[in-house]
Design a protein around this ligand. Structure first.
Ligand code: ADP
Length: 627
């Protein structure tokens, strides 16, 4: 089609050129015809002028008018030149004199212009006036048009055109036509003004050749068309081959794509600078980003964990330098929704068809599930080990309490006896008596604790009795006073005016409060400006479903829980202290829950930690006046 359009355009252009040439030729023809007309008009004007001059001299003639007229030099010259006959008429149109040319005109300027029809004549008229200006007649000069044409210089025209003068009836008066030279162009006719019914016909000898008459041009255009058609056919054939190859490639790509999408291994290709060139669907699902979001990115990549970007960058540079282990390496990525995934990456060199290294191909396996199972196994193993340790410790505690019971009982008996004896002796120092009393009291407390441990170990029914929690707290504070002082802390008690009312295992509750105060002292130890430990009790009213209860709160202004939950803190052997066992809070929670209450750990309002528990009141609280 394009070849055809091209050829049509070429033909149109040639056609346009032809028309332009013909137009130019026609304009030249018109201009030349006008020139001929102007030339003939000028000649006629000159003849009329000469005739007028002759008429003006007629009044000067003397003698026989005919002889005088015939001898007049103007008349002689006019007859030689063109005029064929001269007639002098008076004012009554009577012939005064006449003169005629005897021989034909000798001068034939245009030899090529051959006369075809002699006889068409015309005449000029000049008025005859005397010296006073009175009309005395007229002078008529007759001439043959063919003579006029033959005596006018039209040679310049003959070279370019076949020139013909044609009468009104179509009769050719004179022409340059000859069999030797035939005109080729189109004839142009122009009626001559100033001539009676005569038309000038010019037919150019040369005519611009139409492009359609040029075999070479036609052959060229035809050739072009054929070439275009052949080129189109070849291109069409090639296009078919390319389309087939394309279809095959697309099928192959679709196959490859579905294979890559179906594998469970994430794939990614990167250029030597680490820019992502390709990722498969599995990898996109793994990290939660679409292929469009990942392709084109350079490290750091969006799925790198924010806190490990530097490490990942260093490892990435190592990989790009060819340092990735062949056996693969483990790392951790961050899914778009924020959860971490453990992955195993195997990197291999990417080469093109010429064997040139063009990047890296990475296979990525999500090993999060495997890691989770490994972690669960590890935690399970740890829990088993902990239980075994706890068991051993329980056995040890039970054994120790059994072993210590006897010597403690002995110490208590002897010290009680000694105390009694000392009291009866005169002159004994009061301080000694106080010290002895403390020994008896502490020995008794130690015995109670050991017995309590034995009861716990032997799973015998706990001993519950009504107890005054404020008194329990006061006892504990006495025991922990020294530790609080060493921690440079201040103790503040805010006890509710309520004494009895809870039925509790007094030793157990003592252990709970004691442990909470010890932990608070440890937490505020070394605190700038000194720590404050608040121990408070509060009455909580019942709401019909739950009974009234008494709440015990131990609060400090230490570092606080720092996001840790009670479950975490109660995990067996969990401790942040160098000398801690990580058992205290767990035991506390067990004791409180065995009383039907619950241990609560929270951040204190002004900073620090607050531990609290509530025990249900079983009797109406006896309200005392605050002391
Ligand atoms: P231990 O005292 O032997 O460490 P615990 O079970 O009593 O064991 O306490 C477990 C952990 O709970 C402590 O190591 C400490 O990190 C944390 N903890 C307990 N009480 C407080 C507190 N008042 N302030 C801050 N942390 C505490």
């Amino acid at each position: 089609m394009l070849a055809l359009v091209f050829v049509v355009m070429m033909a149109s252009w040639a056609e346009f050129n032809d028309r332009q040439s013909q137009k130019a030729l026609h304009e030249t023809l018109v201009a030349d015809a006008l020139s001929v007309e102007a030339q003939l008009t000028a000649r006629q004007d000159m003849e009329k002028l000469r005739l007028g001059e002759a008429a003006n001299r007629l009044q000067l003639l003397a003698g026989d008018p005919t002889a005088a007229l015939t001898r007049m030099p103007e008349v002689v010259a006019g007859l030689d030149r063109l005029w064929n006959r001269l007639v002098w008429l008076d004012e009554n149109n009577r012939v005064v004199a006449r003169a005629e040319r005897k021989a034909p005109i000798a001068a034939n300027v245009s030899e090529e212009l051959r006369i075809q029809a002699i006889g068409q004549a015309d005449h000029y008229v000049a008025p005859v006036v005397d010296a006073q200006g009175t009309n005395r007649g007229k002078l008529l000069a007759r001439f043959y048009i063919t003579d006029l044409l033959q005596s006018t210089d039209l040679v310049w025209l003959n070279r370019r055109y076949q020139v013909s003068f044609v009468s009104e009836l179509g009769e050719v008066i004179a022409t340059t036509a000859s069999a030797a030279r035939r005109p080729l162009g189109v004839m142009y006719g122009k009626p001559l003004s100033g001539f009676k019914d005569t038309t000038l016909q010019l037919t150019p000898f040369d005519a611009p050749e139409s492009w359609t008459q040029h075999p070479k041009t036609l052959a060229l255009l035809g050739g072009l068309l054929l070439l275009g058609v052949a080129a189109s056919a070849l291109t069409r054939h090639e296009m078919r081959l390319v389309a087939c190859a394309n279809a095959e490639t697309q099928t192959e790509v679709a196959w490859r794509q579905s294979m890559e999408d179906s594998v469970l291994v994430g794939l990614r290709a990167r250029d030597p600078d680490g820019r992502v060139l390709y990722v498969n669907k599995t990898l996109c699902d793994m990290v939660g980003y679409s292929s469009a979001e990942l392709v084109g990115l350079k490290p750091p990549l969006p799925f790198w964990p924010a806190d490990a970007v530097d490490d990942m960058m260093a490892r990435n540079l190592n990989t790009l330098a060819g340092g990735a282990p062949r056996a693969g390496f483990e790392t951790r990525w961050c899914h778009r929704d924020g959860h971490l995934i453990d992955v195993m990456i195997f990197e291999s060199r990417l080469v093109n068809a010429h064997g040139v290294h063009i990047g890296w191909m990475g296979s990525i396996i999500d090993i999060s599930e495997r890691k989770r199972l490994e972690e669960r196994d590890r935690q399970h193993g740890e829990a088993l080990a902990q239980h075994a340790r706890l068991n051993d410790m329980g056995l040890l505690a039970s054994e120790l309490s059994h072993e210590l019971n006897q010597p403690l009982t002995t110490i208590l008996s002897y010290s009680a006896g000694l105390n009694m004896s000392l009291k009866q002796l005169p002159g004994v120092d009061a301080d000694d008596l106080v010290a002895m009393g403390e020994i008896v009291r502490h020995a008794g407390k130690a015995g109670e604790i050991v017995n309590w441990i034995r009861r716990q170990a032997s799973r015998s029914e706990p001993v519950r009795a009504a107890c005054d929690l404020n008194a329990v707290i006061a006892d504990v504070l006495k025991l922990r006073k020294r530790q609080v002082l060493l921690a440079n802390a201040r103790l503040v008690t805010e006890l509710a005016p309520c004494t009895v009312g809870v039925i509790a295992d007094r030793i157990g509750i003592e252990q709970v409060v004691s442990n909470l105060v010890r932990n608070a002292a440890d937490a505020v130890d070394g605190q700038e400006g000194g720590g404050v430990i608040v121990i408070a009790t509060r009455l909580l009213p019942g709401d019909g479903q739950t009974a009234e209860s008494l709440q015990v709160i131990v609060r400090d202004n230490g570092p606080g829980l720092r996001g840790r939950t009670l479950d975490m803190l109660c995990t067996t052997f969990y401790s942040t202290k160098s000398d801690g066992m990580g058992l205290g809070l767990g035991i506390c929670r067990t004791i409180i829950e065995s009383h039907g209450g619950s241990l609560v750990a929270e951040d204190a309002p002004g900073g620090g930690a607050q531990f609290s528990f509530a025990l249900p009141l079983v009797a109406a609280p006896a309200v005392k006046e605050p002391t």
